[in-house]
Design a protein around this ligand. Structure first.
Ligand SMILES: [Zn+2]
Length: 138
């Protein structure tokens, strides 16, 4: 794939992608509100600083932008230009996410990752995943 935009324009585009990443989080919050599940935002005392937590169920929710967190989906496609730079950045995020999930599991918290692209799917499925997340086998 030939990149037609300059480095400068590309990083401006990426910055826009990043700032839009908060919109999915808002969508998840609206969903939780509608479903009556009690939740809290940004618990800084938990590993990985989950975006949303359901304290009663010890569920930590991460709302991830597909690009920044390296999702295996069309939105998570890595740019062809400056590939090394972006890959290193995204790989770091993926590694951080993974160790956060491990650390949470050690504290008996269940992590649920909601991807940006999940929010375009059925909201019923999403609520279901939050109500009955797959617990890691002991
Ligand atoms: Zn995705």
């Amino acid at each position: 794939m030939v990149d037609r935009v300059s480095k400068e324009v590309r990083s401006r585009m990426m910055a826009q992608v990043r700032s839009r990443d908060t919109a999915p989080e808002m969508a998840v919050r609206r969903l939780l509100h509608a479903s009556g599940l009690r939740f809290r935002l940004h618990r800084k005392d938990l590993p990985g600083n989950p975006d949303i937590v359901l304290p009663r169920h010890r569920i930590a929710v991460f709302v991830h932008g597909c690009f920044w967190h390296g999702h295996d989906c069309p939105r998570g496609k890595r740019p062809a230009s400056n590939a090394k730079f972006w890959s290193a950045k995204i790989d770091r995020n993926v590694a951080r996410d993974q160790s956060a999930r491990k650390a949470l599991a050690a504290l008996d918290w269940t992590s649920v990752t909601i991807w940006q692209c999940d929010l375009m799917q059925s909201t019923v499925d999403l609520i279901d995943r939050l109500r009955k997340p797959e617990r890691p086998s002991p």
